[in-house]
Design a protein around this ligand. Sequence first.
Ligand SMILES: O=C(O)CCC(=O)C(=O)O
Length: 269
Amino acid sequence: MTAAIPTCGPDTGPDEMFDLLSDAGCLVVRELATTEQMAAVRAELADHVAAAPAGEDDPAEFYPGKTHRVVALMHRSETMRGLLMHPTVEALGDRHLGTDGGPWTLNVSAALEVGPGARDQVLHREEDLYPFFELPRPNLILASMWAVTDFTADNGGTQLVPGSHRWGADRQATPDEIVRAEMPAGSVLFWLGGTLHGAGANVTDGWRYGVILTYNLGWLRQEENQGVSMPLGDALALPAEMQERLGFGMNYGGGLGFYDPRPVLGADS
Ligand SMILES: O=C(O)CCC(=O)C(=O)O
């Protein structure tokens, strides 16, 4: 029988939200962002999205065609930078990734606009980046998808396999175990790094627009290299807690990631 994706409102308590998320491996929280915030994200990224080729599909590729992808969002969208540390994200991140008291970081940021005719993406786990652990892996990643447009079962709503975060390597998802996230714009889909998921096929005439932000343990290498996605001077001008979330803090896992923030002697700038 197909399991559902649990859904709650923005006022649900963080412990209850985390229980739902931990149990199913995924959770939709409705109405976390306003219509104005989602419109601002769209406006801030419009030029980048327009310049990103959607491309034809190659079935052998991990990323389906007919999809716009834009990364480096922390430098490109002030509104997304503001949502990076939304209180609900912080509450769920602290519970999933901060259990040893250590810092956790932004792993990847991307705007994903799935176009008409895009196919289902192959199911995968965010934690497949770190194959050094056997399945089911320890908690390494928390993923979020901010819905800029409505997500439906037909327009590319993310495919998820509830419960798959507990599976070993020998278990494959059957078609009846795959659910598609449906949520109005402004909602956020959260899923754990061990949950099987992928972009959904879009069989409509419209575009499904979402912004994915994933977070990982601070002692893991970040998938997106923030050090070159954002000029260092801009990063160092941000509040200290945001620098840390972006990976510009020091002492992750004890002594990882240190640097001297003063200008390097002999460098031009
Ligand atoms: O667009 C989505 O719904 C999921 C995207 C994803 O899993 C990916 O890009 O790897």
